[in-house]
Write a protein that binds this ligand. Structure first.
Ligand SMILES: [Zn+2]
Length: 275
């Protein structure tokens, strides 16, 4: 049984500051702290997979700032295999295929515009204020669920702050959740005790995998409409110049994706994935 895990950082247990996710200097103490938390949450998740009988666990380092190098600096459980996110049209999650029993998210955050979502955003913090798929508001969790759904693979479990867990329960009722903290503002939160959170992640992941019969791959009618409302019209100006992109108003643009695997690609001559 193969399980896939995508990691992020804003929703990790033990992460309560922007610099822990985004410090420009690789050796900034705050960023190093963030990477240590990433390894701890990820390895608790990997342990839960093997507890439930997984025979193969693949991990994708999904936090853009890490440039897929996080696990060269902190140790991933050696039973898991680090795979690449390959920039292509459509984006490739190496190792994700129809033989994957389910996917999980570690350290995930709520969609842009979520009240008390710690560092909530969709792709670009401070640039995108609303993101919609076929007219409904979604975030990065939905993008991953849709991409995996293209292969018939269901999202089974997510860990992140209370706002992320509430988003999962609202959009994907079959997805199990483990809360790591409670957001109190955009960049402030109240952490839960990290050891207890990681024990809960391990237990909840194992339960979610064992109970996966009730989970279903998430799909949407295709071609799908993707709408992005920026915080500032200049961001929309850039995309509006691309053929096929519709300008809805000063700050909003929309385009169609032909296939769910294009959900991570931004329109342009080569449908480049957004970092
Ligand atoms: Zn991130």
């Amino acid at each position: 049984m193969k399980i896939g895990i995508v990691t992020d950082m804003e929703g990790l247990a033990g992460v309560d500051d922007w610099e822990q996710c985004y410090a420009a200097d690789d050796d900034h103490p705050a960023y190093r702290h963030g990477l240590t938390q990433l390894a701890a949450d990820t390895n608790a998740t990997v342990a839960g997979c093997f507890d439930a009988g997984a025979t193969e666990v693949v991990v994708w380092d999904g936090h853009g700032r890490n440039r897929q190098a996080a696990f060269t600096r902190v140790a991933l459980d050696p039973r898991a295999t680090l795979r690449r996110l390959i920039p292509a049209a459509p984006l490739v999650l190496e190792g994700l295929d129809a033989g994957t029993a389910g996917v999980l998210m570690v350290g995930q955050h709520a969609m842009a515009g979520t009240l008390h979502g710690f560092l909530d955003h969709t792709q670009c913090p401070k640039e995108i204020c609303r993101y919609l798929i076929n007219g409904a508001e979604h975030g990065e969790m939905s993008q991953f669920a849709l991409h995996a759904g293209a292969f018939g693979v269901p999202l089974l479990h997510v860990s992140g702050d209370e706002a992320l867990c509430a988003e999962a329960q609202r959009l994907f009722p079959w997805v199990a959740t483990t809360a790591t903290k409670r957001g109190t503002g955009w960049a402030t939160c109240e952490l839960y005790p990290v050891d207890a959170v990681r024990a809960a992640i391990r237990r909840d992941v194992a339960t979610a995998i064992r109970n996966r019969a009730g989970a279903r791959p998430w799909t949407q009618p295709m071609p799908a409409d993707v709408t992005v409302e920026y915080t500032w019209s200049e961001f929309a100006d850039r995309l509006a110049a691309v053929p096929g992109v519709q300008r809805l108003h000063a700050r909003a643009v929309a385009w169609k994706i032909p296939d769910p695997r294009y959900i991570y690609n931004w329109p342009g001559p080569v449908w480049a994935p957004l970092a």
